[in-house]
Design a protein around this ligand. Structure first.
Ligand code: HAM
Length: 419
């Protein structure tokens, strides 16, 4: 084969695509109950949108962005995530003038030049949500509850909400210093990236995947123990609201997220069935980002679900694939023409109709109907046409017979309604 998809990028084919469609529909359904509306934004952004927000020292910006110069010599980047572009869109479109909070959701492809492995692709898909304009813990708890409801609607059990607060600009400097003190005599042993992170952003060391760094950070100070009064209160309200709504969670004081924009509440939804890439969804508060982008002081929070990981957890796709309502098998040219008309009419009734297109014996046509899982067959030949009738067969249950051609529209619609 001459051409293959680009490494780390996948085709999504039937029947798997039905699982995707069901998940996307579930997201629209559930998110709208919480007042979230869809936003669509470009796949390409000016590179700075990401470098300024995700952080110069994050893995994404350091190594993983698909960045190139366009023909006008501008540096553009294929979106590695949705939050930064949405902040850009929020400001550019004056959404801060709309009633607050503004709640949006999105779905679509993201691009990161990572080492492809199970659960990690270079083009992957996210369903995400962001809420702008509310600083209070209520929106944090509501957003996490919404994510939980979506994952339940998707039929996923055995998931764990992991929760943390990573503080704000008031308490971060104290924590930063505590980390610098802790790593001062371990610095030489860290990987080259982390030696640089020590200078620039020591929090990143806690997110490094190099085994030696993981070892060296055992016993490092945890952020939740360095929160200021405001962050502590905010966090404790988030927790108590989650308890009120009976959303189970587990505190994970070691969770620091891989993107720089987070403040206060952060969370991940993990599954033990996913191996090392175990986060199905992740998110948190990013109160400073709108201002950082030149907008007003607008607090915000959001999350993104990794679709491929979600799909991997939902099991056998073929069981969910829809099947045709009626398969029309024909014998002879006249019947083939009549089948086109019949199919057209039945489709106008809202039925899924498959045709044989004049191919094969009656037996092989019916075999194809069986393979497709069609629920009913209509069979027509010259003899039936002369008598103005068609033969029908219920392929799911026993039953067959003859009916008037003129009644075909109502006939199948009625039978399918009875099912
Ligand atoms: P993130 O943790 O980078 O957060 O990604 C969110 C989810 O996307 C991950 O938990 C994972 O399921 C999925 N994911 C990430 N990278 C890959 C990959 N290479 N292959 C497959 N799946 C992947 C964000 O993107 C933030 N924008 C979330 C957010 C929204 N925070 C606030 N608002």
């Amino acid at each position: 084969m001459k051409y293959r998809a680009v490494k780390g990028m996948q085709d999504i084919l039937p029947p798997d695509v039905h699982v995707w469609q069901a998940l996307e529909a579930a997201a629209c359904r559930v998110f709208s109950l919480y007042g979230y509306q869809e936003i669509r934004f470009p796949v390409l952004e000016h590179t700075e949108v990401f470098t300024r927000s995700i952080g110069e020292t994050s893995d994404i910006v350091e190594k993983e962005m698909y960045t190139f110069e366009d023909k006008g010599g501008r540096s553009v980047t294929m979106r590695p995530e949705g939050t930064a572009p949405i902040v850009r869109a929020y400001i550019q479109n004056g959404m801060h003038n709309l009633p607050s909070p503004q709640k949006v959701y999105y779905m679509g492809p993201m691009f990161r030049y990572e080492r492809p492995q199970k659960g990690r692709l270079r083009q992957f898909h996210q369903i995400g949500a962001e809420a702008f304009g509310s600083p209070g813990p209520e929106i944090d708890a509501e957003l996490i509850a919404m994510l939980h409801a979506f994952l339940e609607e998707a039929g996923l059990g055995g998931l764990q909400v992991e929760l943390n607060s990573i503080g704000c600009p008031e308490c971060r400097p104290g924590y930063r210093q505590a980390l610098l003190d802790f790593f001062a005599d371990k610095r030489e042993g860290l990987c080259p990236d982390c030696q640089r992170r020590y200078e620039q952003n020591p929090l990143r060391i806690l997110d490094c995947k190099v085994p030696r760094c993981i070892e060296l950070r055992q016993g490092a100070p945890v952020v939740s123990e360095h929160l200021c009064e405001g962050c502590r209160e905010h966090f404790s309200s988030v927790k108590s609201l989650l308890e009120l709504m009976q959303i189970p969670y587990k505190l994970n004081p070691e969770m620091v997220r891989g993107l720089d924009y987070y403040r206060r509440t952060t969370f991940e939804i993990t599954s033990e069935h996913l191996g090392s890439q175990n986060a199905v969804a992740a998110g948190g508060r990013y109160d400073g980002l709108v201002k950082e982008f030149g907008g007003a002081e607008v607090p915000a929070i959001g999350f993104a679900v990794g679709m491929e990981r979600l799909v991997a957890l939902t099991g056998d796709a073929s069981a969910r694939a829809p099947v045709p309502d009626v398969f029309i098998a024909t014998l002879g040219d006249r019947a083939g023409r009549e089948a086109m008309k019949m199919a057209h009419e039945l489709r106008q009734e809202g039925l899924w109709v498959e045709l044989a297109y004049g191919q094969g014996s009656l037996k092989s046509q019916l075999r194809r109907a069986g393979k497709l899982g069609a629920r009913h067959a209509a069979i027509i030949g010259d003899d039936e046409l002369d008598r103005g009738v068609f033969n029908w067969k219920d392929l799911e249950r026993e039953g067959s017979g003859e009916a008037d051609l003129s009644s075909v529209r109502g006939f199948f619609a009625e039978r399918l309604r009875q099912d």
